[in-house]
Design a protein around this ligand. Structure first.
Ligand SMILES: [Zn+2]
Length: 248
């Protein structure tokens, strides 16, 4: 194992980054996993270098508005895709997070699950999914969202603006802070911290206290100047049922 350590998350390791360009993890074919190199169809060279820094193709303009240049390697420009404000969360990803939450409860952890997807154009694929391991790891700060952000960053680089975090429970202030620092592209959650607090007050037990941190993740993003699409209450009823889920 490398110095990154091996997070105990229970899903297969990410594809291994074979090298680095401008501080960005790249895959064996030397293309950043989330970068796109635009070729100039007339010259065969990269359009950016051919245009001397100016965009000359209309189609390039069309997607450039939600791209950010993250670096160059020779004449190749690496860019990342931001998540558009019109992003629509997908049920299947939250359902996977719910399944992870149940697996977590089955092994004696809090039933909290999360999924990180990557959006490339219209394609959205699961990069990682995991359940909470606070109890079985013996660390109260090993929240699943935080651990997953660390894990995905270990393979895809410091910043994750084209990734979406799905979580069955609203990220706490600590995890929302990690979202700010890792520049996650969008956040989708089921029940809120208020819901967690309400359940904890009424039904919390010695083993499952359900403590909450009543700072909305949106507030952390706002104070961190991190403007991203956030969807709360997504499949809320299904996520709420996790509170009373018990292993069969
Ligand atoms: Zn957290």
């Amino acid at each position: 194992m490398s110095g990154m350590g091996c997070p105990q998350l229970g899903f297969p390791r990410l594809r291994v980054a074979a090298g680095r360009a401008t501080g960005i993890a790249i895959e064996p074919d030397h293309t950043p996993p989330w970068g796109t190199v635009r070729q100039n169809p007339r010259t065969g060279g990269s359009w950016f270098a051919a245009a001397g820094g100016a965009v000359i193709f209309p189609d390039a303009w069309q997607f450039r508005w939600r791209c950010t240049t993250i670096g160059y390697e020779g004449s190749r420009e690496f860019r990342i895709y931001m998540i558009p404000a019109s992003y629509k969360p997908k049920k299947k990803f939250m359902q996977l997070a719910i399944a992870e939450a149940k697996r977590a409860r089955d092994r004696g952890d809090y039933p909290i699950g999360a999924v990180i997807t990557r959006l490339t154009g219209r394609r959205e694929v699961v990069i990682a999914s995991a359940g909470n391991r606070v109890k079985t790891s013996g660390s109260s700060i090993k929240h699943v969202e935080l651990e997953m952000l660390k894990y995905v960053s270990s393979g895809y680089g410091r910043y994750l603006p084209d990734f979406v975090l799905y979580s069955t429970h609203e990220p706490c202030a600590m995890c929302a802070g990690a979202c700010v620092w890792s520049r996650i592209g969008a956040v989708v959650y089921g029940v809120s911290q208020e819901d967690i607090a309400a359940y904890g007050r009424e039904r919390g037990t010695e083993d499952y206290k359900w403590r909450a941190c009543l700072i909305p993740c949106r507030l952390v993003f706002e104070k961190g100047n991190h403007r991203i699409p956030v969807t709360g209450g997504f499949l809320r009823q299904d996520c709420k049922q996790l509170f009373s889920y018990r292993p069969s």
